[in-house]
Design a protein around this ligand. Structure first.
Ligand code: PLP
Length: 427
């Protein structure tokens, strides 16, 4: 479900040809589809209507102002993890009252900022943090709305760097300690108990761990509702997307996918609505990747093709500083030429120019023959793409475009050499 497609061999985003955008705006270039963002948000919101949902986009996945404004206009709230993210929400025209604030190490300044702006709730991850929020709230003569982030000790069955809901992780308060935690919190004058929340990990492609977490939480949430009048239960984010659709019909991978179909709003709803509806609480969701992952691509141009005895290296002008996911999570991004290429596929390694062996987008992947000057797209780069970019190797960061139908907005200008040294001085 997205607005990137091929027509006569050329890749399009909504009404616009990506090769033309790359020609005009240069590469590396992030391109986002506004209608994909809208549809993902609305589909989830509509499908979960029986749960009175509140969808807070986990903006650490993509925090460009134009993206935030697009979602805010649809009615989305935001899951924030820093004061900087709250600043972005407000700049984009979003409402603090629809923001929840997560993270294990909030500073006093960040808490005060969020309190003054009137956020919906803090998601609290420890006793020391509870006391800290109480102290900051009392000092400001305010009452801080909170929910505990529960660690339900449920295995999300995903990559080890993005699983968060087991006792091996730094996140949340252990399930068994929650009744005592709420009893203590209810006695603090600067604290109001507004909800309770879990988040078990990221890129979870089966609905089973979500259903398991919901089932495990149900009796506890009921008790908290009865005792403290909480108004919501947060199921977190982590809904996975398909990164690798290149499956030949009938292949082993294809059969595997028939048995494990991708997670959809409908399959997710089918798994959790029957469990959670009887609670009669508002259900808060914090999807990041599910809304933004397939709403963006990264475009790059081939600089050289270097053939060695063993390899066909396709060296592109994008690198791990632009898109770190393959290096960091060993993740897969489909790579597509922007215009039709003929000829037999060649087993290729697509790499960037950075001085690290990890600067590799794929290894031994059959790709159409590419030559210098050809352009390619890394698909599904709308989540944890630009936001994790850096200037490593003193490379100015890429530009970002937001396409809406046939309209295009430069959502972030390409950085210049002067941007590289902003704030620095030589003596
Ligand atoms: C990262 C994060 C999310 C979003 O994760 P996705 O996999 O992008 O949906 C949601 N909630 C919390 C608390 C997070 O840390």
């Amino acid at each position: 479900m997205h607005h990137f497609y091929k027509k006569n061999g050329s890749l399009f985003c909504e009404q616009l040809k990506l090769d033309n955008l790359a020609e005009k705006y240069g590469t590396p270039l992030y391109v986002y589809s506004a209608n994909t963002f809208r549809e993902h948000y609305n589909k989830l919101n509509d499908t979960l209507a029986p749960l009175n949902p509140m969808i807070c986009f986990a903006m650490k996945a993509n925090s460009n102002l134009a993206v935030l404004r697009t979602l805010a206009k649809e009615g989305a709230g935001f899951d924030i993890v820093s004061g900087g993210e709250l600043f972005r929400v407000l700049k984009a025209g979003g409402k603090a009252g629809k923001c929840v604030f997560a993270g294990v190490g909030k500073t006093d300044e960040e808490i005060a900022y969020a309190l003054k702006e009137g956020i919906y709730a803090f998601h609290v991850e420890s006793y020391p943090e509870l006391e800290q929020i109480n102290r900051v709230a009392l000092k400001l003569k305010k009452v801080a709305p909170i929910a505990a982030r529960v660690n339900p000790n449920v295995d999300a069955d995903t990559h080890h760097k993005i699983t968060t809901g087991t006792y091996e992780n730094k996140f949340g308060i252990p399930f068994e300690e929650i009744p005592a935690f709420y009893a203590k919190a209810s006695r603090l004058a600067g604290i109001k108990l507004r909800g309770v929340q879990v988040h078990i990990g990221s890129q979870i492609t089966s609905v089973k761990p979500f259903a398991a977490a919901a089932k495990k939480m149900l009796p506890l949430v009921r008790t908290l509702k009865a005792k403290y009048g909480i108004e919501y239960f947060g199921m977190g984010g982590g809904l996975g997307i398909v990164y690798d659709p290149a499956l030949e019909s009938g292949s082993a991978a294809w059969w595997n996918k028939q048995k494990n179909p991708p997670l959809t709003p409908a399959s997710y709803a089918k798994a959790i609505v029957p469990i959670l509806k009887p609670l009669g609480l508002k259900v808060l969701l914090e999807p990041g990747r599910f809304i933004s992952g397939n709403a963006g691509v990264l475009l790059a141009e081939v600089v050289h093709v270097k053939k060695t005895a063993k390899k066909n290296f396709v060296i592109v002008d994008a690198a791990m500083n632009d898109l770190i996911r393959p290096a960091f999570y060993e993740s897969y991004h489909q790579i597509e030429p922007l215009t039709a290429k003929s000829g037999k596929a060649i087993s290729s390694d697509v790499v960037g120019p950075i001085c690290e062996s990890g600067d590799t987008f794929c290894k031994n992947r059959p790709l159409p023959p590419l030559k210098a000057g050809d352009r390619v797209a890394f698909l599904s780069a709308g989540a944890y793409g630009f936001v994790m970019s850096s200037q490593y190797n003193s490379r100015p960061r890429a530009a970002e475009l937001l396409v809406d139908g046939r309209k295009v907005v430069v959502a972030r200008k390409r950085e210049t050499l002067d941007d590289l040294i902003r704030g620095e001085r030589a003596s």
